[in-house]
Design a protein around this ligand. Structure first.
Ligand code: B3K
Ligand code: ZN
Length: 876
């Protein structure tokens, strides 16, 4: 496969100012007529017109009304030398949407037509300079059978519609804003609409629409509320207003990822749009609100100002994730206060540690702005998105909220309507604040997770505390990053000490800017020996190596004034405990939970002053994939044994407390998506988890009761999950009851598939989970062509169940499934393929079967560039 490099960027020799598209829609053969108005680019070296295509049938090509004499045409590229400074190209292409199982370009889903063009799907619709710096104005005419496709949508404003012969009809749409082709969209389907009119900050009336299949219309209420809140928030926080007369969102069942920010016509995976209390969990409600907001926020950060090339992806994604994180935090804090804000931060860091840290330590490691790629779709990663958001967050931390806002204002003032780079963004931040950010820019080119270490020295006589911080990035020793490090010092009574540095005193937390390999600060007037609280609020995406003893961890777990660090202290103590137990399991030693940990955990459990959502976070063990990453060599079976032991042990020892607390967590009344209720349900479900893991009969009974009486999906799935993740005799009947209740609800069945694929084996005599996964592959509700089903069943097994998956049988099954998926949908296959990329960090026995599986896939025929890049880099 070919490697594309950032350094090779060249501006287009010919740009497109206007595109006129005509679609004669037909599932088997759609005819696409395209007229491009072309202009020579005065700022680029001379060159031919270059049009890109992928799986297109070229019917005809004319330049200025004539067939060009010397066009160079291959399957994927057309080059034509043009005279003069302007030209018109007329291109007719034939495509087959119903055969498009890759779900990139124009495809069919449940009888309708939908598109997905980011990153390079537009070239699967028609020949085009399909790259983000080719920004043009689009006029789109859709023509289709009226009975089958009564609704015809595209970007922008509806400028015409009417009837045609033979029961067909048409609609014409015009988008007033120039845009790159990746933001093009069309929908033709039988849909119903939920609509609302609102007035924007400048007093314009706009129409908001959410389109779905008629049966799902009643599930769109939460998404609509979320959209309105997102619009208001962007007005208030960033002064950014909706720029269109109408903003549409469409739900689709078959979709490769979560959602897509096409200009004025967002297309959503229905699982991230549709919700009722009976079908969606609290977590679903939160994700829907966040993703609706995320795609809406892209209208400015991504669409009005877009990326010059795909290496700049984090320009729009890191920034937009940061914006949606801030939005969710503000929404939660409005109803749940600062504690709810801290819980959101904890959630985000959990994701970063579970997904991004491993990525950054493996063969796919890349800076947030990569230098090269083979297949751009493989680079919509946790690094570009989540670490990218952390980099933006550091800018806000360094510049302050107001300084950050000034930088955003300048960014839009300078670049509205342009395709730009990450350097342009950082330059706007620097210029608006009169600050040199040259060193900060290193975050954009540094792969890997930096490590931060601290050592403190207390001088009782001088009453000083001297703190030395050091940083280390693998393979880049001489170039220090600028790292904002928020610190606090705790006194013996657990309270924050005032911090005095160079004569200036701050009450609790201070921001230190570490900009060298090693640096020292001396706090004065420190009346007692303090305990350090480092990296408060997770002020930088680094691994902090703290070497704290058990007593210090227990102390911070009980007292740290920074809620994030209080949670983090508990996580560190849990990690130490689990990894210790896993080492014992690997060595065949008997397992015994250290009493110091049990005591600290018990104290945390008994703390009634804690907000329930925070309490649930603090009592939940670190994620299995994060722990696996912290283990050398990674031994998933030993880790699973350790986790089971610890859950059982803590469940048993505190059985009475878990039962009481579960009762205290009951929420009366109708379902509300409100942080207080959400927190209570999360904590209640966690109690069931521990109780059922411990095999407590009273726990099984409580879970069974909650399952039967549940008033909403969070309670129902929480109870079912507790039963399935245990040796409860009720587990199979509960799964069957759940299936019977939701047999025709495809979105809810995804939860049922995922739960079973992720099941641990609490009964050592039971068959491996693989047997169940194989059975479910043949279940009538499963479809390998539907990404949600694949992510639920195969993702639930490969990614969410390492303790079961990592075995020679599991690895052979993986190879077989990747090869099958590759033929259907390369993007989905590549995502699943990543489950083995960290194979070199495992025990030798597992490495052998992993390597065999990777080699089987690498040697298979017809491998897509997507999967080839993943397995190629893994084996390299
Ligand atoms: N921009 C899209 C992601 C496109 C993924 C293409 N493989 C959704 C988002 O980040 O908002
Ligand atoms: Zn995005």
């Amino acid at each position: 496969p070919q490697t594309i490099r950032r350094a090779d960027y060249q501006p287009l020799a010919w740009t497109v100012t206007d595109v006129d598209l005509h679609f004669a829609l037909d599932p088997a053969a759609t005819l696409v007529r395209s007229r491009l108005t072309l202009k020579r680019n005065p700022r680029a070296p001379a060159g031919p017109l270059v049009l890109l295509g992928d799986e297109l049938e070229l019917v005809s090509l004319q330049i200025d009304g004539r067939t060009p004499a010397a066009a160079r045409i291959t399957d994927t590229r057309i080059e034509v030398d043009l005279d003069g400074d302007t030209a018109t190209a007329d291109i007719v292409t034939r495509i087959a949407p119903a055969k498009n199982t890759a779900l990139s370009g124009l495809y069919t889903s449940r009888g309708g037509f939908f598109t997905q063009c980011e990153a390079e799907g537009f070239r699967r619709i028609t020949w085009f300079p399909d790259r983000p710096d080719a920004m043009a104005r689009y006029t789109v005419t859709l023509e289709a059978d009226k009975a089958s496709y009564p609704v015809l949508l595209s970007n922008g404003n509806l400028v015409g519609h009417g009837e045609l012969a033979d029961g067909r009809h048409f609609a014409r749409w015009q988008d007033p804003f120039p845009k790159p082709s990746y933001l093009f969209a069309l929908v033709a389907a039988d849909l119903a609409v939920n609509e609302r009119r609102i007035t924007t900050m400048s007093g314009r009336e706009v129409l908001l629409q959410i389109w779905t299949e008629t049966a799902a219309l009643e599930r769109t209420g939460h998404a609509m509320e979320s959209l309105v809140r997102a619009i208001r928030w962007d007005e208030e926080r960033f002064g950014l207003e909706l720029d269109l007369e109408r903003f549409m969102i469409v739900a689709v069942s078959d979709f490769n990822m979560g959602a897509m920010e096409n200009k004025g016509l967002n297309i959503f995976n229905s699982k991230l749009l549709l919700a009722t209390p009976d079908t969606a969990t609290d977590v679903d409600y939160e994700s829907i609100e966040a993703v609706v907001a995320h795609e809406y926020f892209h209208n400015w950060t991504g669409n009005r100002v877009t990326c010059r090339d795909w290496f700049q992806l984090t320009l729009k994604e890191g920034l937009t994730v940061f914006r949606d994180q801030e939005f969710t935090a503000d929404m939660l804090a409005a109803e749940g206060g600062d504690s709810a804000r801290a819980v959101k931060r904890i959630d985000d860091v959990r994701v970063l540690r579970a997904a991004q840290f491993p990525e950054d330590a493996g063969p796919m490691a890349h800076p947030i702005r990569p230098d090269s790629y083979q297949e751009i779709n493989n680079f919509y990663t946790a690094t570009v998105y989540e670490k990218g958001a952390e980099v933006i967050r550091m800018l806000q931390t360094l510049l302050g909220r107001d300084g950050f806002r000034k930088g955003m204002d300048l960014y839009f003032a300078r670049h509205d309507g342009q395709a730009v780079t990450c350097d342009d963004f950082v330059a706007a931040m620097a210029d608006a604040n009169g600050r040199d950010l040259t060193q900060f820019l290193r975050w954009y080119s540094r792969p890997g997770t930096p490590r931060l270490s601290a050592s403190g020295r207390y001088d009782a006589a001088a009453q000083t505390y001297t703190l030395t911080l050091a940083q280390r990035s693998a393979g880049a020793a001489d170039e220090a990053l600028l790292i904002p490090v928020a610190v606090g010092l705790l006194g013996a009574d657990g309270r924050d000490l005032p911090l005095t540095l160079a004569g200036a005193t701050a009450p609790g937390t201070r921001l230190l800017e570490l900009d060298a390999a090693e640096q020292t600060w001396t706090f004065t007037g420190v009346a007692e020996r303090p305990v350090l609280s480092l990296l408060r609020g997770f002020s930088a995406p680094v691994i902090a190596d703290l070497d704290e003893d058990d007593a210090t961890l227990a102390f911070r777990m009980a007292h740290d004034g920074d809620p994030f660090n209080r949670w983090d202290a508990a996580q560190r103590f849990m990690e130490r405990t689990v990894l210790g137990l896993a080492a014992d399991a690997a060595a065949g030693r008997p397992l015994a939970t250290p009493e110091a940990f049990v005591a600290a955990f018990g104290a945390l459990l008994a703390d009634d002053a804690l907000d329930p959502a925070f309490h649930a976070q603090a009592l939940a063990l670190p994620g299995e994939s994060y722990l696996l990453e912290r283990m050398t060599p990674a031994d998933p079976a030993a880790l699973r044994t350790a986790l089971m032991h610890l859950l059982r042990d803590l469940g048993k020892r505190f059985a009475a407390d878990w039962l009481d607390r579960h009762l205290d967590c009951r929420v009366a009344g109708d379902y509300r998506y409100h942080p207080r209720d959400v927190g209570l349900r999360a904590l209640g479900n966690l109690c069931l988890r521990y109780l059922c893991a411990a095999g407590e009969l009273a726990g099984f009974a409580a879970a069974e009761r909650q399952f039967a009486q549940a008033g909403n999906m969070s309670e129902r799935l929480g109870a079912l999950g507790a039963l399935v993740h245990s040796a409860a005799p009720q587990r199979d009947s509960a799964l069957a009851a759940f299936h019977a209740h939701y047999a025709t609800d495809t979105l809810v069945l995804d939860k049922w598939f995922a739960l079973q694929a992720g099941a641990w084996r609490w009964d050592p005599a039971a068959a491996p989970t693989l047997a169940r996964v194989r059975q479910l592959l043949a279940h009538p509700a499963f479809a390998a062509t539907n990404p949600n089903k694949v992510y639920a069943l195969l993702g639930g097994y490969f990614r969410a169940n390492p303790g079961e998956f990592h075995s020679p049988d599991g690895h052979a099954f993986w190879a077989e499934q990747i090869v099958a998926l590759n033929a259907i949908n390369p993007q989905v296959a590549a995502r699943m393929a990543r489950a083995l990329e960290r194979w070199r960090s495992f025990t030798p026995a597992l490495q052998a079967s992993m390597r065999r599986a990777l080699e089987t896939v690498a040697a298979s025929e017809g491998l897509s560039p997507d999967v080839a890049e993943i397995v190629g880099k893994a084996l390299a």
